[in-house]
Design a protein around this ligand. Structure first.
Ligand SMILES: [Zn+2]
Length: 300
């Protein structure tokens, strides 16, 4: 792949990273890389989860904190938050002085600010002595949920416009092949939903990432698709309440409606009157869900 940029220090850094990508295999995912090589190429060089090559990159950033190069993903801790499309990467919380964690977090944010790609490193699926190396961009972060979202791919993913893609209300999917607990695309859907709406509950203030779900408007059982426009971020409590028809989203003005005979919003712990998104879910998904609520659950 060719990536040639204007000759500025940041563009040289981007070019350097694309050259490194070529050196380790040239794919968005490169399997079975020797960790010593990652050290040699300076893709990774620390003891911590986030490796910032400060020596080389500090001068490229306004805050002098540099640019993160490689991030270790501990797949055993957050298996739901990772797949071949991207990762929900949790901010580091270590016993070191807090300024060091903050410095590393800012160095990842700097990659987003300057559109510089980075590497995510994981113990290899081929052999535990090797590493699989993913290449991608930090597409967002959220300080309340304390996560970054990194989408894997080359620079064209930055230009992809979700809104222009055809929205299919329902998709045919293979039946009986997978158990619901290990559904393929689950992490991808979570990542896409949090990216679109932010990793916070749509109807309350909950932003603890471990307690957040990506809920479907048209459910998987009804062949709903994994397009983020068919989703909403909900905390575990409100996901349950949504599926139990205790509230619904009115598709015209996005108001949160509860049943006339209760429980009411206060009893349900709902703190928002309406969805507050610049890019709300797809109208047809909201209407489908609303009609089901009115029909099956008595609605209003
Ligand atoms: Zn909630």
């Amino acid at each position: 792949m060719k990536h040639r940029y204007m000759n500025t220090p940041v563009n040289n850094e981007i070019q350097w990273r694309y050259d490194l990508l070529e050196a380790i295999g040239g794919q968005v995912i490169n399997y079975g890389i020797d960790p010593a090589l990652l050290q040699y190429w300076r893709i990774y060089g620390g003891q911590q989860g986030i490796w910032v090559d400060k020596q080389r990159t500090a001068i490229l950033t306004d805050d002098g904190r540099g640019l993160a190069v490689g991030l270790i993903h501990k797949g055993n801790i957050y298996p739901d938050d990772f797949d071949e499309t991207g990762v929900i990467y949790h901010y580091p919380v270590t016993a070191r002085p807090p300024a060091r964690d903050i410095g590393e977090i800012e160095a990842v944010k700097n990659c987003h600010r300057l559109n510089v790609p980075l590497f995510v490193i994981k113990v290899s699926e081929l052999a535990s002595s090797k590493r699989d190396v993913y290449f991608g961009y930090v597409t967002m972060w959220d300080d309340r949920a304390k996560v970054f979202i990194i989408e894997f791919g080359t620079s064209d993913i930055l230009a992809a416009n979700q809104e222009e893609r055809l929205f299919e209300l329902k998709v045919l999917q293979p039946k009986g092949l997978y158990q619901a607990t290990t559904r393929p695309g689950q992490a991808a859907f979570r990542i896409a939903v949090f990216c679109r709406y932010s990793p916070q509950c749509a109807v309350c203030e909950m932003a603890v990432i471990e307690l957040l779900d990506a809920a479907h408007l048209v459910s998987k059982a009804e062949d709903g698709n994994d397009d983020p426009r068919n989703g909403l971020p909900l905390c575990a409590l409100h996901h349950r309440a949504f599926d139990k028809c205790l509230f619904a989203i009115e598709p015209g003005g996005f108001a949160v409606e509860t049943k006339r005979n209760g429980p009411d919003r206060y009893e349900l712990g709902i703190t928002k009157d309406a969805l507050e998104y610049e890019m709300p879910p797809h109208p047809s998904a909201l209407e489908y869900r609303w009609e089901r609520w009115v029909r099956e659950c008595g609605g209003e």
